[in-house]
Ligand binder design. Structure first.
Ligand SMILES: Nc1ncnc2c1ncn2[C@@H]1O[C@H](COP(=O)(O)OP(=O)(O)OP(=O)(O)O)[C@@H](O)[C@H]1O
Ligand SMILES: [Mg+2]
Length: 241
């Protein structure tokens, strides 16, 4: 459960989030919006990478600003560029690195690495240098590493931006199959059209919220410049958790 309560944020003079109230408890939540609308700022608040100027963000009732350490144990984050996230020379070492603080026995670490490699189709690359992987495989490794610690929530900020169509589909398939709650920022509108919950952000505000079947057509009209404000889909229980 992720909750935003009247969240505002500015970078200097520039106000980029203007009163966000959200309660996200669906297993799959999509976030869409134009470039610069505030999506990354919003999702980075879920694990404390950005702290709001005012308002609160809660994860399972924990205040991200006050209980950051516990929150970060529950929330994993994937960035657009996997290179920013892969820190160790080989594929298996990178997964082992993310497990280092979890006080697991050597055999448990090995079992988790093997499971992560198998799950993301990387078993044959176990001892390969990570930098030699394709971009799609690097993103799968980044996801494998952050989910190996078994977080409750995965936040992925445009994880397929740098990938071709085939690797985009592979990464999306893996993301959709995860056990974790997934909060995904993406421009994959066809995929989101099937999702139960998709939030549309525009100029720092939630302008539509509901099933993708309703919010994606609204978003397309918005981006095409049509005046769709009278048809903006919203959830009945908006703002309350
Ligand atoms: N660290 C920062 N310092 C100053 N301004 C920032 C910073 N990060 C983001 N901004 C500005 O805040 C606004 C919102 O940025 P944000 O990255 O949240 O948008 P976004 O919806 O994720 O955009 P994109 O689709 O391009 O990734 C933009 O105008 C951006 O230039
Ligand atoms: Mg962004």
């Amino acid at each position: 459960m992720i909750e935003f309560r009247d969240v505002h944020h500015s970078y200097g003079e520039r106000e980029v989030l203007r009163g966000i109230d959200l309660c996200l408890d669906e297993p799959r939540v999509g976030i869409v919006g134009a470039n610069g609308s505030g999506k990354s700022t919003l999702v980075r608040m879920i694990n404390g990478l950005v702290e709001p100027n005012s308002g609160r963000v809660l994860v399972d009732g924990l205040d991200v600003a006050k209980q950051g350490r516990e929150v970060r144990r529950r929330v994993a984050f994937v960035f657009p560029d996997p290179e920013a996230q892969i820190v160790m020379p080989t594929v298996s070492e990178d997964i082992a690195f993310s497990l280092r603080r979890h006080r697991l026995s050597r055999s448990e670490v090995d079992a988790r690495i093997a499971a992560a490699l198998a799950r993301f189709g990387l078993t044959d690359h176990r001892d390969h240098p990570a930098y030699l992987l394709s971009s799609g495989q690097k993103q799968l490794l980044a996801i494998a590493s952050v989910t190996a610690t078994d977080p409750a929530i995965l936040v992925a900020d445009e994880p397929t931006t740098l990938l071709d169509r085939r690797h985009t589909r592979a990464v999306m398939r893996h993301l959709e199959a995860l056990d974790q709650q997934l909060v995904l920022v993406s421009h994959q509108l066809e995929l989101f059209a099937q999702w139960e919950r998709v939030v549309v952000i525009d100029d720092g505000r939630v302008v539509a919220d509901g099933p993708g079947a309703q919010t994606i057509p609204y978003y397309r009209a918005l981006m095409d410049g049509a005046d769709a404000s009278d048809r903006s889909p919203h959830r009945a229980e908006e703002g309350s958790c």
